[in-house]
Design a binder for this molecule. Sequence first.
Ligand code: PNS
Length: 172
Amino acid sequence: MVERMLKPMSSPLIVIYPGSFDPLTNGHLDVIARGAKLADELVIAVLRNSSKPDPLFSVEEREEMLREATTHLPNISVAAFDGLLVDFARARGAQAVLRGIRAISDYEYELQMAMMNRKLEPSIETLFLMPAEKYTYVSSRLIKSVAKLGGDVSELVPPNVLARLKDRSRRA
Ligand code: PNS
């Protein structure tokens, strides 16, 4: 049982952790573990209709990798979503959205998204958590480009993601 660290409320605290997760990194996992300690239920939400070009993994593969890597956390679920994040959050009865911030460079984009989401749905808060220092430079984009060129990313992604990255490189 993961103990709730925030002040207990009458209704369970449901938090959405949205992203592309192409692929999941140890930085994401670090934020997930921290979020799982604060929320009663943490829903990891993979964006389906992303404008990012050429995904490496399908949404289904990304969901599977997330599920495999979070089996040790009892209050986690994984889902895919389309359209507006606030609509998905509302449909799930969530009170908050969780985002990880690695460096100041993330802040501007995150602030814009948080403010737009607040404009669209004022009752949903955005919570920011920082991953461990050792992951502050890790991004899915860098992982993909380094792995594609044969670089060692074994300390930066969970083993199941590493295996899939290797498999993808072999087949490319
Ligand atoms: O991991 P990412 O790619 O930085 O995640 C971005 C994500 C999925 C959080 C963002 O693109 C999103 O919420 N998309 C859904 C569309 C939406 O709600 N847009 C309005 C808020 S800016």
